[in-house]
Design a protein around this ligand. Sequence first.
Ligand code: ADP
Length: 150
Amino acid sequence: MKKAIFPGSFDPITLGHFDIIERGVTLFDELIIAIGINADKKYMFSLEERKAFIENTFAHEPKIKVVTYSGLTVNFCKEQNAQFILRGLRNPADFEFEKAIAHTNRKLSEIETVFLLTSSGKSYISSSIVRDVIRNNGDYTGLVPKAVRI
Ligand code: ADP
């Protein structure tokens, strides 16, 4: 059984994440969306809210599970018996950043990272831009799945 983890902060989930998840799920038997808990990070949405946004978005998709985790992603993959990490690539900066993480993860474990390029038209979307739009009372509805209700 091919099992992948899609790790991230998802603060909140965006249409960019949605695109990678919808396309990524076709490659695996199970896709676990794993919300990382980082005690040093300040989030706009609580863990419960972030989890609920994702669960409601993919309620119709039995191959997708949503969980939270802390610690190293490769350790979490081992716990879950997942052989793959799924990541999205938006631009060269993402590539450089992701390359270092993927090499480190390979050094630490057997886990393979699978990258999908963002669909055209989605590459400018990031959670941090969405948070900025929300903070400044802008219309964020075209940037996030419908389940993200504030
Ligand atoms: P992190 O805190 O690890 O950066 P994010 O929640 O921001 O987590 O992102 C998780 C994953 O989703 C990363 O692989 C990131 O590159 C990808 N991602 C985020 N936004 C987009 C987008 N617009 N298109 C494609 N992938 C994206």
